[in-house]
Design a protein around this ligand. Structure first.
Ligand SMILES: *[C@@H]1O[C@H](CO)[C@@H](O)[C@H](O)[C@H]1NC(C)=O
Ligand SMILES: *[C@@H]1O[C@H](CO)[C@@H](O)[C@H](O)[C@H]1NC(C)=O
Ligand SMILES: *[C@@H]1O[C@H](CO)[C@@H](O)[C@H](O)[C@H]1NC(C)=O
Ligand SMILES: *[C@@H]1O[C@H](CO)[C@@H](O)[C@H](O)[C@H]1NC(C)=O
Ligand SMILES: *[C@@H]1O[C@H](CO)[C@@H](O)[C@H](O)[C@H]1NC(C)=O
Ligand SMILES: *[C@@H]1O[C@H](CO)[C@@H](O)[C@H](O)[C@H]1NC(C)=O
Length: 545
């Protein structure tokens, strides 16, 4: 059986744009009738409260960047593998001088100065008091509280911009978007797993009920020989105060990878006040899973845990992480993230901006992977959904979305997205959007994953496991490519879809949700497991090794 997430694209909160407003040249830019369900207004904000406002500026040539991305990422094209430099990417993205002066003039007229947040200057930050924000944006910033979590969200239901900024500003945050807190995509079983014979490092006879690195090596032909290339770095991201515990990793490696040095460890990078404290009670199941199934599978690949703190909310964290990677001279070649949002929680403007940042990373030669989510076709909407929901950022077309399987019953076939949609006929018509980006792209094991958590053997499940596992496969391929003097794989999707035969097609299972059985896995690409699970041997050949 297989379980994962469905497709559908960008079902966003309806926005009213460019309506003439009562106040002269100001136009309502984004507006919503009410806060989402579960957010209650708890009063006006104090006038002197400071808001860290982010602005997205129109990029000079995103279509050019997108074209270049596909040129360097599609096998057979002349430029394949010739990834762009940081400067070349910024050339496409840097806002025009008209845009920069329109925005700076407007801010200056209110006595404000912005600071660039992204290397190309397409995202800016400016601190304003609630009083200033209400006045310059025709807004009414209010203190909203998320009733389930008690978290505070300072938002306005509407804001306006002067006509002089038409076409120059793409989004502002925080304004009308109310994303719920980031969801991590793992489920930790509430019991410790027994130690015993089936925990043996190399015994693969129990892989049907307990997945270990040895099982993955056996199922996917993943090599155990250590990687050799120091420039080939793999990044594991951590959000929502999930901390990766070094002692748990050490015990995991001693148990499941005794062939690796016990000192095998990750480095730590922090963003927005992130940290990685090491007391046992602070170990996070998601972060532990993520480092254990990268360091434990991508043997010898230098791995960095990037801990992202919370500035305003995690949306800022996602933005700042993308911009930090874009600003790096020598970024990691692979980045795996097991956190995400319901796509409906993201306004189109902000989703587009983040997605553009992932396209920039892909153009630089970075593979960006996201877990596709664990709620079947519900997509983080909660179980009472009527239409299927996508998860974000996994639904962004420039990232690779990884779904999960339970057990393993490989059965090969070579077809792709369109036949699946045709095969659905009228089933689920209206519940999903058949014209958008389909996902997930690929899958790997995501059930009964054996980890060490707070000093004990435990088991976990979810697409959260699948993304680091697939990222490890990519990192090992990159190690071989770099050793052979070749470019890393970069943005994976065109290469993946050009090589469907390199996957173990998963043909049974489904992803229930919204009072339906969800989509069913079948021969070829399906919205449950994408192309299937990896076969390292065949991917190696597909990579030209
Ligand atoms: C805004 O204020 C925060 C402190 O709340 C500070 O860390 C940040 O640097 C300021 N940003 C700008 C653009 O001034
Ligand atoms: C926002 O509302 C919550 C709940 O009523 C309250 O705890 C919090 O102090 C308020 N924040 C501000 C800045 O007024
Ligand atoms: C492998 O594990 C199974 C049960 O989990 C056990 O019966 C078998 O003896 C083990 N094989 C080896 C070679 O350890
Ligand atoms: C892992 O690396 C950190 C430094 O990044 C070091 O402080 C720690 O002792 C190392 N842990 C182990 C178990 O080697
Ligand atoms: C489906 O997605 C496309 C973009 O891919 C969008 O233009 C269209 O409006 C969407 N349709 C619905 C019904 O949401
Ligand atoms: C993976 O590919 C190799 C080489 O073609 C093949 O020998 C092996 O059986 C495949 N593994 C699976 C699980 O299909």
């Amino acid at each position: 059986m297989a379980k994962a997430l469905a497709w559908c694209v960008l079902l966003f909160v309806p926005l009213a744009r460019a309506l003439p407003s009562s106040k002269g040249e100001m136009r309502v830019y984004e507006k919503r009738d009410s806060a989402p369900r579960n957010f209650a207004a708890s009063g006006a904000m104090p006038a002197d409260h400071v808001i860290n406002l982010r602005l997205g500026l129109a990029q000079s040539n995103f279509p050019g960047l997108e074209k270049a991305l596909y040129e360097v990422s599609t096998p057979g094209r002349l430029q394949y593998g010739q990834h762009l430099s940081k400067a070349e990417v910024e050339e496409f993205i840097r806002p025009s001088s008209e845009t920069i002066s329109a925005v700076n003039d407007w801010l200056a007229s209110h006595g404000l100065t912005a600071t660039p947040l992204s290397p190309a200057g397409d995202w800016l930050a400016v601190n304003v008091t609630v009083d200033q924000a209400n006045s310059i944006l025709d807004a009414q910033y209010t203190n909203f509280t998320h009733v389930d979590t008690g978290r505070q969200a300072i938002r306005t239901l509407s804001y306006s911009l002067p006509a002089s900024l038409d076409g120059h500003v793409t989004f502002m945050h925080p304004t009308t978007a109310f994303p719920r807190s980031t969801v991590r995509h793992d489920v930790l079983y509430p019991r410790s797993f027994n130690t015993g014979a089936d925990q043996s490092a190399t015994n693969t006879s129990s892989c049907a009920s307990a997945i270990t690195p040895a099982c993955l090596q056996a199922m996917y032909n993943i090599p155990s020989t250590p990687a050799t290339q120091p420039t080939n770095q793999l990044a594991v991201t951590g959000f929502v105060e999930q901390y990766a515990n070094e002692a748990d990793l050490e015990m995991f490696l001693e148990t499941y990878r005794p062939d690796l040095p016990a000192s095998t460890n990750f480095t730590v990078q922090t963003i927005n006040g992130g940290q990685n404290p090491q007391s046992q009670t602070q170990a996070g199941s998601e972060a532990d899973l993520d480092v254990q199934y990268t360091l434990g599978v991508a043997s010898g690949v230098p791995t960095v845990f990037i801990s992202v703190g919370t500035a305003v909310d995690e949306v800022d964290g996602f933005m700042d992480l993308a911009n930090t990677l874009a600003a790096a001279e020598n970024p990691p070649y692979v980045v795996t993230t097991s956190y995400g949002y319901g796509e409906n929680d993201f306004p189109f403007s902000m989703a587009t901006a983040l997605c553009s940042a992932y396209a920039q990373l892909g153009a630089r030669g970075i593979s960006v992977l996201f877990a596709s989510g664990d709620e079947g076709v519900c997509g983080d909407q909660g179980t009472s959904c009527s239409n299927f929901g996508a998860t974000f950022p996994s639904s962004c077309p420039y990232v690779t979305a990884v779904g999960a399987t339970m057990g393993a019953s490989p059965n090969r076939a070579l077809r792709r997205v369109e036949p699946y949609v045709a095969g659905l006929g009228t089933q689920y018509t209206g519940k999903y959007n058949a014209t958008g980006r389909a996902f997930p792209d690929v899958a790997s094991a995501g059930e009964q994953i054996q980890i060490v958590y707070r000093g004990e053997l435990a088991a976990t499940a979810g697409t959260s496991a699948s993304s680091p596992i697939f990222a490890s496969v990519v990192a090992l391929l990159n190690d071989e490519l770099v050793a052979a003097g070749k470019a890393p794989l970069g943005f994976l999707n065109p290469w993946l879809y050009a090589n469907p035969g390199a996957f173990n097609d998963i043909t049974t299972g489904n992803n229930p949700g919204c009072f339906t059985n969800g989509f069913s896995a079948k021969e070829g690409w399906d919205p449950v497991t994408g192309l299937g699970t990896p076969n390292y041997t065949k991917l190696r050949t597909a990579a030209g090794l």
